[in-house]
Design a protein around this ligand. Structure first.
Ligand code: ZN
Length: 312
C-alpha cells in the first residue's frame, strides 16, 4: 500500500517553527517511502479561522520547498459529510447497555468543572457523564429537533484500555473513560469536533500515516475508537517532540519572532530546514539543506523523545 502522509494546520495564526517541524517530518517520512503528501486546512471553527492565515501557510510551505499533492481540502466545506457521519454514529447502540451511543449534553464548562474530582492536576477535563441517559430509550430520538439544537452531542466511551503503537513513543494504552470521559462530536454552537472530522477526512483522503506533535499522543485513542465503530482502517502514528522556548513552554502562535513570515527576513528556507534537521538529530551539524536533500538522512529512530529547546 502506498504511503499517504498529510499536514493539517489550523488557519488561526501564522505558521511558526513548531508547525514547520510537523510538516517537515511528515513530508520526509512520506516522500522517503515514495508516498504522497496531502494538505488539509482545519478551519472548522469559523470564529478563529481566517483565509488569510490559510493563504499564508500555503505560501510558507511553498517557500520552504514542502510541496503537497492533489487539491487542498478545507474542513469548512465538508460539514455535510460530518453531519452524515454523526447520524450514523447516533444510530448505533452500546452493545453492553443498549444505550444509544450518541446523546445530547447541555452542561456548561462550569458544570463539568464543578462535578469533577479536584485532583486533576494536568488540566485535563474528564466529562463526568452528567447527561448520559440511564436507560435504553426506543429508537425515536431526533438530533435535529429545535430543542436539542443548542446541546452538544457526546459519544459514550467504553471503560476499556485502547492500545496502539507510536513510531517514536512506543506502545500506548489509554482508557477513554478515565482519560476524557464521553467526548464531544458536535459542539453546542453546531461546530463539529476535531476528533470526528479528522477521522472521516483522513479515511477519505486515503491517509496511512499521521505525523504530529506529542501533545496529541493520547488523543489517538479517541480517533482509534471512532475508526473501530465506523469500520475504518487505523493509520500508522508518528508523534514528535515539541519545540519549547528557554522557559520550557511550547512554542505558540504568539511567539511572533519564530513565525516563518518573520524568519524569512533573516534566514533562507534552506537554513531554517537545515537548523531544524540538526535540532532533531537528523544531521550532525546545522547546514543549509532543501527538504529533498534531507531524504537520505531521515530516520524515525533518530528522532528524540524529549522536547527540544529553541532560542529566537
Ligand atoms: Zn452534560
Amino acid at each position: 500500500m502506498r504511503c499517504v502522509g498529510r499536514f493539517a494546520p489550523s488557519p488561526t495564526g501564522e505558521m511558526h517553527l513548531g508547525n514547520v517541524l510537523a510538516a517537515l517530518l511528515s513530508w520526509l517520512s512520506a516522500r522517503q517511502q515514495g508516498g504522497l503528501w496531502r494538505l488539509r486546512i482545519e478551519d472548522l471553527d469559523p470564529q478563529r479561522s481566517r483565509q488569510e492565515y490559510a493563504d499564508g501557510l500555503m505560501r510558507d510551505l511553498e517557500w520552504l520547498g514542502l510541496t503537497w499533492d492533489g487539491e487542498v481540502i478545507y474542513q469548512s466545506q465538508r460539514t455535510q459529510v460530518y453531519a452524515h457521519c454523526l447520524n450514523r454514529l447516533a444510530s448505533m447502540r452500546d452493545p453492553q447497555t443498549g444505550l444509544q451511543l450518541v446523546y445530547p449534553c447541555t452542561c456548561t464548562r462550569n458544570d463539568i468543572l464543578a462535578a469533577q474530582a479536584p485532583h486533576e492536576a494536568d488540566g485535563r477535563i474528564v466529562y463526568p457523564g452528567t447527561c448520559r441517559p440511564h436507560s435504553a430509550s426506543p429508537d425515536n430520538s431526533d438530533n435535529s429537533s429545535p430543542l436539542l439544537r443548542r446541546a452538544a452531542m457526546r459519544i459514550i466511551v467504553p471503560d476499556v484500555e485502547i492500545e496502539y503503537d507510536d513510531r517514536v513513543y512506543g506502545h500506548q494504552s489509554v482508557n477513554l473513560a478515565a482519560h476524557c470521559g464521553d467526548f464531544i462530536l458536535r459542539r453546542s454552537d453546531g461546530v463539529f469536533a476535531y476528533q470526528l472530522a479528522v477521522v472521516i477526512d483522513d479515511a477519505e483522503m486515503g491517509v496511512t500515516e499521521i505525523v504530529r506533535g506529542r501533545d496529541l499522543l493520547l488523543s489517538v485513542a479517541q480517533q482509534h475508537y471512532m475508526r473501530t465503530l465506523l469500520g475504518l482502517a487505523q493509520p500508522a502514528y508518528c508523534h514528535h517532540p515539541l519545540l519549547v522556548n528557554a522557559q520550557g513552554q511550547r512554542l505558540c502562535k504568539r511567539d511572533h519572532a519564530l513565525a516563518v513570515s518573520a524568519m524569512r527576513a533573516h534566514y533562507t528556507a534552506q537554513e531554517i530546514i537545515g537548523n531544524l534537521a540538526h535540532a532533531v538529530g537528523l544531521i550532525p551539524e546545522p547546514e543549509p539543506l532543501a527538504p529533498q536533500q534531507l531524504l537520505p538522512y531521515f530516520d524515525w529512530s533518530r528522532i528524540p523523545r524529549n522536547d527540544i529547546m529553541v532560542s529566537e
